[in-house]
Write a protein that binds this ligand. Structure first.
Ligand SMILES: *[C@@H]1O[C@H](CO)[C@@H](O)[C@H](O)[C@H]1NC(C)=O
Ligand SMILES: *[C@@H]1O[C@H](CO)[C@@H](O)[C@H](O)[C@H]1NC(C)=O
Ligand SMILES: *[C@@H]1O[C@H](CO)[C@@H](O)[C@H](O)[C@H]1NC(C)=O
Ligand SMILES: *[C@@H]1O[C@H](CO)[C@@H](O)[C@H](O)[C@H]1NC(C)=O
Ligand SMILES: *[C@@H]1O[C@H](CO)[C@@H](O)[C@H](O)[C@H]1NC(C)=O
Ligand SMILES: *[C@@H]1O[C@H](CO)[C@@H](O)[C@H](O)[C@H]1NC(C)=O
Ligand SMILES: *[C@@H]1O[C@H](CO)[C@@H](O)[C@H](O)[C@H]1NC(C)=O
Length: 490
C-alpha cells in the first residue's frame, strides 16, 4: 500500500513538472499543442485556391481551379497532419496536404499539384478537302464541354468564291478525331477548340492542300496577229506555276508537214504566236494550267489558218517520192532541209513508220527515236541521221548502217510514211518539225512521174467533159418540160 502511494505521489509531482518543462522549452515543429494549420502550398502559380488564405486549418476542405482549358490534378484538398517520426517516445507531426481521389478517398499529395492541359492535340491530317485532328483528353470527362469548329478564315478572293462553312463538332470521351470535310482546296480555315460560352482554348489557321487547277475557260486566236490567247487562271485550287501549251500544226505544203510544239510557259504568259505556216494549215491546241499538285484538265481548240481552206492535193508528197522498187525494198526521197525551225541543229533524222495514220505519225514525230530492230519492229524507227544543207536525193531502204542506225529494206506491199524530222529542245520548250512522205511499196506505183500527172490530167478533162454533157442534156430536157408542167397546173 505504501509502495502504491509512493508511486502515485511520484507521478503527480513529476508529470506536471515534465509538462511545464516542455511548454517553456523551444517550440518544435509538429508539437501537439501547436496551432493545427498548414501554410498555403506553393505549387503551380496558375492554381487558384478557394478560399484564398495564407494558412489553412486542419481538415478544412479547399477547392482548386485552373484557367480555362486546364484542370488541376486534384480539385479538392485539405490540410492534414501526419506523424513524421517518434523520438523520445513522443510523435513528431508535420503538415501535409491530402487530395480527394475520384473514389472520394483522401490520399496524400506527394508531388506538386499542377494545372494540366485538358485537350491535347495530336497529329494533323490535311487533304485537299478535309482537315482532321486526333486528340486526347488528359483528364477523364473534362473535355465533354468542348467543341471544335472549322470556319473559312477571312473572305476568299472574288474569283475563287470559297463557300462559307461552319462545321461544329462536340468532343466526347477520352480521345477521338474530329474532321471538317467538304472544304475547298488551297483555302485557309480557322480551327478552334472552344469551351462555351466563349472561351477559345486553341486556334489554328490551316490551309487545305493544293490540287490541280481548273481547265482554262477561254482560248481564242487573234487572226490579225496569228496569236493564240487564253484566259489567266486564278490561284483558287493551288498557286498557278505556269501553263503547258501543246500546238500541233498539220500543213499541206510539201505533201504534209507536222509541227509539234510543247511549251512550258510561266503563269503570267497568256499568249503565244502560232507557228506561221501557209493557208490550209490546221492547228490543234491544248492548254492546261499547272500547280504543285500537277497539271489540270486541258482546254482544246482547233484553228485553221485563214485564206484558202482548200488544202493542197493529199498526194502531193508523191512528188517527193520517186523510184519505188518493191523488189529491192527501196524508195528514193527528195529531201530538203526544214527551214522553219530557227535554232535547230542541221542534223535531220529520217524516221520510217509503217502507216499512213495521222495519229500514229504524230506519235512518231514526237517520240523517242528507236533504231531498227528486225526481231522486234518498233512503230517507227530511225533509218538515218543526215546533215542536210541542200536538196538531196536519198535512197531509203538500201540496207546501209551508219551512226548506229540501220536503213533497213522496206517490205513490199506495205504502206509507209517517211518523216524527215528536225527537233529543238530546251528545258522550257520542245519543238518537233516533220515533213511526211507517204507511199506504198507497190510495184508500178510511180505517181510522181510526169506520165502519171499527164494521165491524171487527161482523165480529169474527160470527166469534166462528160459532166458538162450530162448537165447540158438535163437542162435541155427541163426546158422542154416547163410548158407541159405549166399546162398541168392550169
Ligand atoms: C494521332 O494519330 C497518329 C497516327 O495517325 C498517332 O501516331 C498519334 O499518336 C495520335 N495522337 C493522338 C493524340 O491520339
Ligand atoms: C481512346 O479511348 C478508348 C476508351 O474510350 C481507349 O480504349 C483507347 O485506348 C484510347 N486510345 C488512345 C490512343 O488513347
Ligand atoms: C503535251 O504533250 C505532252 C507529251 O505528250 C503531254 O504529257 C502533255 O500532257 C500535253 N499537254 C497538253 C496541254 O495537252
Ligand atoms: C487573215 O485575216 C486577217 C484579218 O482578219 C487579214 O488581215 C489577213 O490578211 C488574213 N490572212 C490571210 C492569209 O488571208
Ligand atoms: C489511227 O491510229 C489510232 C491509234 O494510234 C487509232 O485509234 C485510229 O483509229 C487510227 N485511225 C485510222 C483512220 O486508222
Ligand atoms: C531487239 O529487240 C529485242 C526484243 O525486244 C531485244 O532483246 C534486242 O536487244 C533488240 N536489239 C537491238 C539491237 O536493240
Ligand atoms: C553533222 O555535222 C556536225 C558538225 O557540223 C557533226 O558534228 C555531226 O557528226 C554531223 N552528223 C552527221 C550525221 O554527219
Amino acid at each position: 500500500m505504501a509502495l502504491q502511494l509512493l508511486a502515485l505521489s511520484f507521478f503527480l509531482v513529476l508529470v506536471p513538472l515534465l509538462g511545464t518543462q516542455e511548454d517553456t522549452g523551444p517550440k518544435t515543429q509538429g508539437a501537439p499543442r501547436e496551432p493545427e494549420t498548414c501554410r498555403k502550398p506553393s505549387w503551380d502559380p496558375r492554381l487558384r485556391l478557394a478560399p484564398e488564405q495564407e494558412e489553412y486549418k486542419e481538415n478544412k476542405e479547399v477547392t482548386l481551379s485552373c484557367p480555362e482549358g486546364f484542370e488541376p490534378s486534384f480539385t479538392h484538398i485539405k490540410c492534414s497532419r501526419e506523424v513524421q517520426s517518434i523520438s523520445t517516445a513522443k510523435p513528431v507531426y508535420r503538415e501535409v496536404w491530402k487530395g480527394k481521389g475520384s473514389g472520394g478517398a483522401w490520399t496524400r499529395i506527394r508531388s506538386m499539384v499542377q494545372c494540366v492541359e485538358v485537350f491535347v492535340p495530336g497529329t494533323w491530317e490535311v487533304s485537299t478537302t478535309s482537315i482532321k485532328l486526333n486528340w486526347t483528353c488528359s483528364l477523364p470527362d473534362a473535355c465533354q464541354r468542348m467543341q471544335a469548329t472549322c470556319r473559312l478564315a477571312g473572305p476568299s478572293s472574288p474569283s475563287c468564291e470559297a463557300e462559307e462553312v461552319t462545321a461544329q463538332v462536340m468532343l466526347h470521351g477520352q480521345n477521338g478525331t474530329f474532321t471538317c470535310d467538304h472544304l475547298q482546296p488551297f483555302t485557309d480555315y480557322s480551327v478552334t477548340i472552344t469551351v462555351p460560352p466563349s472561351t477559345i482554348l486553341f486556334k489554328w489557321v490551316i490551309r487545305t492542300k493544293e490540287t490541280v487547277p481548273e481547265k482554262p475557260e477561254r482560248l481564242w486566236l487573234d487572226a490579225s496577229t496569228g496569236t493564240l490567247q487564253w484566259q489567266a487562271l486564278p490561284s483558287c485550287k493551288g498557286e498557278i506555276l505556269g501553263f503547258q501549251l501543246n500546238v500541233t500544226a498539220w500543213g499541206p505544203q510539201d505533201g504534209g508537214f507536222l509541227q509539234v510544239e510543247r511549251l512550258r510557259l510561266s503563269s503570267s504568259v497568256t499568249e503565244h504566236p502560232l507557228p506561221a505556216h501557209g493557208p490550209g494549215t490546221r492547228y490543234t491546241v491544248a492548254v492546261r494550267g499547272l500547280t504543285a499538285a500537277g497539271a489540270g484538265a486541258a482546254l482544246l481548240g482547233t484553228f485553221q489558218s485563214n485564206g484558202s481552206d482548200t488544202a493542197a492535193p493529199p498526194d502531193a508528197s508523191s512528188r517527193l517520192v520517186r523510184d519505188i522498187s518493191p523488189s529491192q525494198g527501196t524508195a528514193v526521197l527528195r529531201l530538203r532541209p526544214i527551214p522553219w525551225v530557227p535554232g535547230a541543229a542541221s542534223e535531220h533524222q529520217l524516221l520510217v513508220a509503217a502507216t499512213h495514220n495521222s495519229t500514229a505519225l504524230e506519235d512518231a514525230c514526237t517520240g523517242e527515236p528507236q533504231p531498227f530492230n528486225a526481231s522486234h519492229p518498233p512503230d517507227a524507227y530511225v533509218a538515218a541521221v543526215l546533215n542536210l544543207s541542200a536538196q538531196t536525193d536519198f535512197v531509203l531502204g538500201d540496207g546501209t548502217r551508219e551512226h548506229g542506225f540501220h536503213n533497213a529494206p522496206l517490205r513490199p506491199g506495205w504502206d509507209y510514211t517517211a518523216l524527215l524530222r528536225l527537233e529543238r529542245r530546251s528545258q522550257q520548250e520542245e519543238t518537233f518539225a516533220c515533213v511526211c512522205y507517204s507511199f506504198s511499196m507497190v510495184a508500178g506505183q510511180s505517181p510522181g512521174s510526169w506520165t502519171g500527172i499527164v494521165i491524171g490530167v487527161v482523165v480529169l478533162i474527160l470527166l469534166l467533159l462528160l459532166c458538162a454533157g450530162i448537165v447540158w442534156f438535163v437542162v435541155s430536157r427541163r426546158r422542154k418540160d416547163v410548158p407541159i408542167k405549166a399546162k398541168d397546173n392550169n
